[in-house]
Design a protein around this ligand. Structure first.
Ligand SMILES: Cc1ncc(C[n+]2csc(CCOP(=O)(O)OP(=O)(O)O)c2C)c(N)n1
Ligand SMILES: [Mg+2]
Length: 794
C-alpha cells in the first residue's frame, strides 16, 4: 500500500465526510426519538420526545458510515451504484441518507429540506400514519426491506445479473450472515460473469452483535474469518476500529482498493482476458454496534454491545437523566454546524453527495419499473399441440411450455432481460428445450462431459430455493423478467420469502413514485400426483394455501389442465406486472383436451363448462363434476365415462377451473365470478363433486360465501402419500374416478338398483386395483390404457 492509499482523504474531505456522517446519525436519532424541537434550538423537554420509542439505532451508524463513503466513490468515479441494506431494521439511517441527498424531499414534497421538513421527517418515522421502521418500499433507493433477514446477498446478485454497468453494494449484518439463505448466497459469485453482469460488493458489517448475543463471525478468530471468505471465493479487505478519523481514512482506502479490483476484473474479462471466476472483493467492516451512541446507560455497557440494538435510552418520562443523555447525544453531532438557519442541511454536506440519478436513493435500478421493458413474446400458436378433438393427443405439458420458453429466451436474448431460475430442475421439469438457445450459467471449471454449462447461460441453477428466489426477486426488482420452476413440494422452502415479496408488492402499489415491476412467476411441477421415483416427502400441494393468505390484488393461481392451456397461461403471466403468478402443471405424458383456440377462450374465462364432456347438458343437471388441475380433470372425465355407461339418463355437467381465483366472490378478488356467473356454472341447488389438485379445504375456503356451498363436496389431497403408482396416489386420497363416482352416488338419491349395482362395481374396482398393483407393480391396463371416448349424447 502506498502512502496516498493509507490516507486518501484530504483534511477537508475528511471533515466533510465526517460532517455528513454526523448529520446522518443526527437525523437517525432524531427520527427514533423526536416529535418536535428538531434542531434542538431550545433545551430538550419531555414533550419533544415520542411517547413510544420504536426503531433500531445499533446498526444505523455503520450503515450511514458506509453510505457516506460509497457516495465519495460514486462522485469521484461517476459510479452507477445501488445500496442493499441487509439489516433492514436500519430504516432510519437509510431514510436519513435519502433525505440528505435531497431525494426524499423530491419524492415527498411534504418533507422539505427545512426545519418544518425535519419535524415531519422525525415525527412520521415509526409513527401511526407515518412510515415503517424498516427499509420498506417507502424508502427511496431501496429494493430490499430487510425486515426478514437473510436475503440481502441473493437480492444483490439478482440485481447485478445482466446489468454490466451496475455496482451493487450489499451490506450484510453479522447476525444476518448466520441465516441459511445468506450463508448459501455467498456462492452466487460462481454464477456472475464479469463480462455481461455487474459487480456485487458485499460489505460484511461486523458490529459484533445481534439483538442479545454476540455474532459468530465477529467472535471467530480473524484468520478463520478470512479463510471462510477466501473459501467462498472472495478477496477480503478489512476495515477495523472505532476512532472516526482513522476509520474514515481506512474505509476510503479500502473502498478505493475494492473499486480498483472490481474494475480490474471487469476490464480483464471484457478485453478477453477473463474466463475463469475472479476473486471479487468483499469488505469486512468491524465497528462498534451503536457507534457514537451512549457509551453506558445505567452503568451498563451500551455502545459496542448488543444493548444498543434498538433504543439505547428509554423510559425518558421516569428518568430525567436519560432525557439529558439524549440531549447530549444529539448535541454531540453538533447540529448547529450541519444545518443552516432554515434547517436546511448545509451546502458543504450536500456537496458530498452525488447528484441526479447517481444518488443511490434516486438510482433508477432501485425503482426497476422505470427501466422495465415488456418482454417480446413469440407467436404462441407455433407451439400449440394439435388437438382435433378432446383426448385426441398426448403430450407432456411442461415440455411444450419449454419449447415456448426457448422461443421467449431466444427472442429476448439480445435484450438480456429474461432469466429462468431453479434448484437444479430445469431439465427434470421438462423445460430443457431452453438449452437449445442458452445454457446454465457456470463460472467454475467446465469438463468436456458437462452438458449445457456455460459462462453466458441465462438459466440459473443452484440447489438453494432461497437463492433462486432471491436472485429472481433482485432481477425483477431492477426491472427485468423471469420464471422460477420448482418441484411443487419444495417450493414451501421459500414460503416466507414469497410472503415478504408479496408484502413488498402490496406496499409498493400504494407508493405513487414506485413503478410496476414484472410479476414473479412460478411453475410448480413434478407435482403431488405425478411422483414416480419419489414418495411422501415429495408430495405437498400446500404452497397455494400459503399464497392465498396474501392480498387478492397480488396473487394469481392457475391450474391449466393440458399443454395448450399451459401455453396460454404462460403467455399471459409473462405480460403481467406487480403480481405473483403460480402455475401448477404436470410434466408426465397426459391426454390433451383443448385446441389452442379453445384453450384461449377457456383460459380467458378462467373457468367454464366443458360442453363436450357433459351428458344431457341442460340448465339443471343432476350433478356437477368440477375439476381444477390436470390429474383431477383426467379422473373427472374418466368418472364421467363410467357414469355415462352405467347411468345413461343422468345429466352430468363438467366444469373446469383454470383460474382458481375465479371461485372467490367478485368483491374479494378481481378475478372472482359474480354470483350470477358462479351460479350459472355450479347451480344453486345441485350437488357438486369437485376434484381438486390440492387440499380440499382450499376450495371450501374460496367458495364458502357461494349460495351452493353446502352442496360442494371436494376431493383432493388428504396427506396420504407414498411411493406407489400414479393412479394409486389418487385412490389413496379418494380423488380417483371410482371414488368420484361413489361420491356422486352418495349425493344422489333415487338411483335405485342401477345405483346400487354401480356402487358395488366401484368398490369391486377399488379392490381389484388394490390387488393388481401389489401383484404387478403397475396400474391396471384399463387405467393405463384409458382414453376419452366422445360422448354420443350431450
Ligand atoms: C429471519 C429473521 N430472524 C430473526 C429476526 C429478528 N431480528 C431482528 S434484528 C436481529 C439481529 C440482527 O443482527 P445483525 O444482522 O447483526 O444486525 P445489526 O447488528 O446490524 O443490527 C434479529 C435476530 C429477523 N428480523 N429476521
Ligand atoms: Mg450485528
Amino acid at each position: 500500500m502506498n502512502e496516498a492509499d493509507a490516507a486518501p482523504l484530504s483534511e477537508t474531505e475528511l471533515e466533510q465526510i465526517d460532517a455528513y456522517w454526523r448529520a446522518a446519525n443526527y437525523l437517525t436519532v432524531g427520527q427514533i426519538y423526536l416529535l418536535d424541537n428538531p434542531l434542538l434550538r431550545e433545551p430538550l423537554r419531555l414533550e419533544h420526545v415520542k411517547p413510544r420509542l420504536l426503531g433500531h439505532w445499533g446498526t444505523s451508524p455503520g450503515l450511514s458510515f458506509i453510505y457516506a463513503h460509497l457516495n465519495r466513490v460514486i462522485r469521484q468515479q461517476k459510479a452507477n451504484m445501488i445500496y442493499i441494506c441487509g439489516p433492514g431494521h436500519g430504516g432510519p439511517a437509510m431514510v436519513a441518507n435519502a433525505y440528505l441527498e435531497g431525494t426524499y424531499s423530491e419524492l415527498n414534497p411534504d418533507v422539505p429540506l427545512d426545519e418544518a421538513g425535519l419535524r415531519t421527517l422525525f415525527r412520521q418515522f415509526s409513527f401511526p400514519g407515518g412510515i415503517p421502521s424498516h427499509v420498506a418500499p417507502e424508502v427511496p433507493g431501496s429494493i430490499h426491506e430487510g425486515g426478514e433477514l437473510g436475503y440481502a446477498l441473493s437480492h444483490a446478485y439478482g440485481a447485478a445479473f445482466d446489468n454490466p454497468g451496475l455496482v451493487v453494494a450489499c451490506v450484510i449484518g453479522d447476525g444476518e450472515a448466520e441465516t441459511g439463505p445468506l450463508a448459501t448466497a455467498w456462492h452466487s459469485n460462481k454464477f456472475l460473469n464479469p463480462i455481461h453482469d455487474g459487480a456485487v460488493l458485499p460489505i460484511l458489517h461486523l458490529n459484533g452483535y445481534k439483538i442479545a448475543n454476540p455474532t459468530i463471525l465477529a467472535r471467530i478468530p480473524h484468520a478463520e474469518l478470512r479463510a471462510l471468505l477466501v473459501g467462498y471465493g472472495y478477496d477480503p479487505l478489512f476495515v477495523e476500529g472505532e476512532e472516526p478519523a482513522a476509520m474514515h481514512q481506512r474505509m476510503a482506502t479500502v473502498l478505493d482498493q475494492a473499486m480498483r479490483k472490481i474494475h480490474a476484473i471487469q476490464d480483464a474479462a471484457r478485453s478477453g482476458h477473463g474466463g475463469t471466476r475472479p476473486a471479487w472483493p468483499v469488505i469486512v467492516l468491524r465497528s462498534p454496534k451503536g457507534w457514537t451512541g451512549p457509551k453506558e446507560v445505567d452503568g451498563l455497557k451500551t455502545e459496542g454491545f448488543w444493548r444498543s440494538h434498538q433504543v439505547p435510552l428509554s423510559g425518558l418520562a421516569d428518568n430525567p437523566e436519560h432525557l439529558k443523555m439524549l440531549e447530549d447525544w444529539l448535541l454531540s453531532y453538533r447540529p448547529q454546524e450541519l444545518f443552516d438557519d432554515t434547517g436546511r442541511p448545509k451546502e458543504e454536506l450536500r456537496d458530498t453527495t452525488p447528484t441526479g440519478p447517481l444518488r443511490m436513493s434516486a438510482n433508477p435500478h432501485a425503482n426497476g419499473g422505470l427501466l422495465r421493458k415488456p418482454l417480446e413474446l413469440p407467436d404462441l400458436s407455433k407451439h400449440a399441440i394439435e388437438v382435433p378433438h378432446p383426448g385426441a393427443a398426448k403430450a407432456e405439458a411442461t415440455r411444450v411450455m419449454g419449447g415456448y420458453l426457448r422461443a421467449v429466451m431466444q427472442t429476448n436474448l439480445a435484450a438480456q432481460n429474461f432469466r429462468i431460475v431453479g434448484p437444479d430442475e430445469t431439465a427434470s421439469n421438462r423445460l430443457q428445450d431452453v438449452f437449445e438457445v442458452t445454457e446454465r450459467a457456470w463460472m467454475e471449471e467446465i469438463l468436456p462431459e458437462d452438458v449445457h454449462l456455460g459462462r453466458d447461460g441465462k438459466v440459473l441453477e443452484i440447489l438453494s430455493e432461497h437463492t433462486c428466489q432471491g436472485w429472481l426477486e433482485g432481477y425483477l426488482l431492477t426491472g427485468r423478467h423471469g420464471l422460477f420452476s420448482c418441484y411443487e413440494a419444495f417450493i414451501h422452502i421459500v414460503d416466507s420469502m414469497f410472503n415478504q415479496h408479496a408484502k413488498w408488492l402490496d406496499a409498493s402499489s400504494h407508493i405513487q413514485w414506485r413503478q410496476p415491476i414484472a410479476s414473479l412467476n412460478y411453475l410448480l411441477t413434478s407435482h403431488v400426483w405425478q411422483q414416480d421415483h419419489n414418495g411422501f416427502s415429495h408430495q405437498d400441494p400446500g404452497f397455494v394455501d400459503v399464497a392465498l393468505n396474501k392480498k387478492a390484488d397480488i396473487v394469481r393461481v392457475y391450474f391449466p389442465p393440458d399443454a395448450n392451456s399451459l401455453l396460454c397461461v404462460t403467455e399471459h403471466v409473462l405480460q403481467t406486472w406487480d403480481r405473483i403468478n403460480i402455475i401448477v402443471a404436470g410434466k408426465a405424458p397426459s391426454w390433451q383436451w383443448m385446441s389452442m383456440d379453445e384453450a384461449r377462450l377457456h383460459c380467458d374465462a378462467g373457468v367454464g363448462i366443458w360442453d363436450w364432456a357433459c351428458r344431457h347438458n341442460r340448465p339443471e343437471p343432476d350433478i356437477v363434476m368440477a375439476c381444477a388441475g390436470d390429474v383431477p380433470a383426467l379422473e373427472t372425465l374418466a368418472a364421467v365415462t363410467i357414469l355415462r355407461e352405467h347411468l345413461p339418463d343422468l345429466a352430468v355437467r363438467v366444469v373446469n377451473v383454470v383460474d382458481l381465483m375465479a371461485l372467490q366472490p367478485e368483491d374479494v378478488h378481481p378475478h372472482g365470478l359474480s354470483s350470477a356467473a358462479f351460479n350459472a356454472l355450479f347451480t344453486t341447488n345441485r350437488p357438486v363433486i369437485f376434484a381438486y389438485h390440492g387440499y380440499p379445504w382450499t376450495i371450501h375456503r374460496l367458495t364458502y360465501r357461494r349460495t351452493n356451498h353446502h352442496n360442494i363436496h371436494v376431493r383432493g389431497y388428504n396427506e396420504e402419500g407414498t411411493t406407489t403408482t400414479p393412479f394409486d396416489m389418487t385412490v389413496l386420497n379418494g380423488l380417483d374416478r371410482f371414488h368420484l363416482v361413489l361420491g356422486v352416488l352418495e349425493r344422489l338419491a333415487g338411483l335405485g338398483e342401477a345405483g346400487d349395482q354401480l356402487r358395488a362395481l366401484m368398490k369391486a374396482k377399488l379392490a381389484e386395483h388394490h390387488d393388481y398393483i401389489r401383484a404387478h407393480g403397475q396400474d391396471m391396463p384399463e387405467i393405463r390404457d384409458w382414453r376419452w371416448t366422445p360422448n354420443a349424447t350431450i
